[in-house]
Design a protein around this ligand. Structure first.
Ligand SMILES: Cc1cc2nc3c(=O)[nH]c(=O)nc-3n(C[C@H](O)[C@H](O)[C@H](O)COP(=O)(O)O)c2cc1C
Length: 169
């Protein structure tokens, strides 16, 4: 049984690619990938550690599969679970709503008892507003494949190294 469940939504495939990079970095035997479009509540119970991944769509909204799953989050017990988040977004085209989906999911899952790990510095990004900023940091890894694809690999590697410590893997 994998230790970490990574639940992602994706519309044009970018978040799925980053999910696969993260799985490679943490280890294929450590991380199981779940597309949220075909997941159900019981899938979350199997893991002590979760990674929740969602791009922001339609100006500040959850990706559509995550949007559909959102009410089902209430049925999941997140207490005793450490939860890390990552998202993909476009800081140039959507500077007022960069990574909002990450903030929306983190707020909800924290209310349901999840403990957030994997906070990420906002240095190196240029945007105006984001619901994903808490105490000056992103609540998880922010990836911008639209404008900074050359930074994705090093960002993923650094974040995964941090997660290994915070998940005690
Ligand atoms: C119509 C549209 C709306 C978008 N809205 C936002 C947004 O509000 N905030 C943001 O950060 N990115 C926004 N994006 C950028 C996407 O989040 C980004 O391309 C993302 O990597 C797509 O992920 P996916 O390929 O996994 O679906 C938008 C893109 C499109 C085409």
């Amino acid at each position: 049984m994998s230790k970490v469940g990574l639940f992602f939504g994706t519309t044009t495939g970018k978040t799925e690619s980053v999910a696969e990079m993260i799985q490679q970095e943490l280890g294929e035997d450590v991380v199981a990938l779940h597309d949220i479009s075909s997941a159900d509540e019981s899938d979350f119970e199997n893991y002590e550690y979760l990674i929740v991944a969602c791009p922001t769509w339609n100006i500040g909204e959850l990706q559509s599969d995550w949007d559909g799953f959102f009410p089902q989050l209430d049925e999941i017990d997140f207490s005793n679970k450490k939860v890390a988040y990552f998202g993909t977004g476009d800081q140039v085209g959507y500077a007022d709503n960069f990574m909002d989906a990450l903030g929306i999911l983190e707020e909800k899952i924290s209310e349901l008892g999840g403990t957030t790990v994997g906070y990420w510095s906002a240095e190196g990004y240029d945007f105006t507003e984001s619901k994903a900023i808490k105490n000056g940091k992103f609540v998880g890894l922010a990836v911008d494949e639209d404008n900074q694809p050359e930074l994705t690999e090093e960002r993923v590697k650094a974040w995964v190294a941090q997660l290994k410590r915070e998940f005690s893997l």
